[in-house]
Design a protein around this ligand. Sequence first.
Ligand code: XMP
Length: 519
Amino acid sequence: MEIVIILDFGGQYAHLITRRIRDLGVYSEIRPFDVDIEILKEINPKAIILSGGPGSVYEDASPQLNQEFFQFTTKSKIPVLGICYGHHLIMHLLGGKTEPKENKEYGKTELIIVEQNILFDSLEKKQVVWMSHGDQITKIANGFKVYAKTETCPVAAYGNQEKLLYGVQFHPEVSNTPNGIQILENFIFKIAKCKKEWKLEGWIINSIEEIRNQIGPNNKVILGLSGGVDSSVTAALLHKAIGNRLHCIFVNNGVLRKNEEIEVQETFRENLKFENFHYVDAEDLFLQRLANVEDPEEKRRIIGHTFIEVFESKTIELDQAHPDIKYLAQGTIYPDRVETSATSKSSAKIKSHHNLTLPDNMNLKIIEPLRDLYKDEVRNIGLKLGLPEYIINRHPFPGPGLAVRILGAIDKKKLTILRNADAILIEEILNAGIYEQIWQAFCVFLPLKTVGIMGDHRTYEYICSIRIVESIDAMTANFSKLDWNLLERISTRIANEVKGINRVVYDISNKPPSTIEYE
Ligand code: XMP
């Protein structure tokens, strides 16, 4: 299959560029900027895109390209598109000049196309584009033509048709550049002549065949199923490939949402006809270990370790009954695996939540069928495999569950209060038809008591905080500006219907400076 490589120079958009190219129907992957040329030769990409990045090309420590890079791309006739930092770097390395700009250019800008060319095919002469840069090209290298400028940036796009090298100062991958996708399409299809081969239906067929070949006719696979999107889609795919040789373990860790353990069992056992769905009720063990624990990291650690312990003992039990269990499946997806230079810090954090692998002595081989996919692709595949929408479109839910949504020590009483409040919130958000526009909506239990009034009685009960945020990738988030009437209905229902709550507050903090979760 044809592949487009994105070289990552540390910009925040490497994953976004990759997703855009895949959405155009061409398979694409990220590699570090200093990837070995031999590896690139092996991959034999149809095109290469150099991402943006926070550095300045003229600084000593800034990321550069491998010496033989342009020799390789020119000789192999591989088109290269530089975006922002990549745009500067091509010039810097091939005889042009990039210098600091007096005023950083940031935000929407008018681009004027000065030379009609294939990269801007079908575009009007004036375009709105998104800029974010502190450097600019002041001298263009021999053999290159200036394609576009802005009022303050004389070389906002260029090209060298003979060497198939192109650069744009702005970001075509972001939605703030309205015709950015057209520019990427021109590069991918008109310049690089890629074929639209990346289709999820084809992926499913190939993947099922690969899984069958890898597992063989008799071996069995074990999977920790949380009911989240990634593990559910992994389960559905494996079940299609090897049927009931898939054994799923679902652990009730005592900090799940209301009725979650019932819904997940119904979905997989009854709707999808999984015969080997193993439900382990470990609520008491988890809650016992979490009793009186106040520190959030300690809660996470206990939940992670206890999960491994419970999962491991169930696996050993199953192994004795079914000696052919040879594989452990995991719902790892592409962004979990590929840390871009810009997101490696936060990826590392997310990974520590998710990677609950078993100790080495279990001797199970790992299988990760979704390892090359983005979340949207995983969702689409899940729908095609017949998973219900409520699983596919579900908001993210942290591994340590409600334990990090009850501040301080947790117990059954507080959990019941929080579950009931949360169920009302979600019901109202679903009824209002806005669930899918929201990144996450949930309740948080604040262990503070305040005075209230119920009929003629004075009450002294806890506070429920409502957190509803909009976000693209959880790196930043804004609180949702919901309709007051809807908020009023939610607050009234929670205070009236949930015993133990007499006050509801709405969280109006963005991320940063706050985080989405409270602990
Ligand atoms: P924060 O609170 O850091 O959350 O803004 C960002 C995203 O990560 C989720 N999150 C977690 N997920 N285990 C998880 O599996 C965790 O410990 C955890 N903490 C936060 C959070 O729900 C949000 O989507």
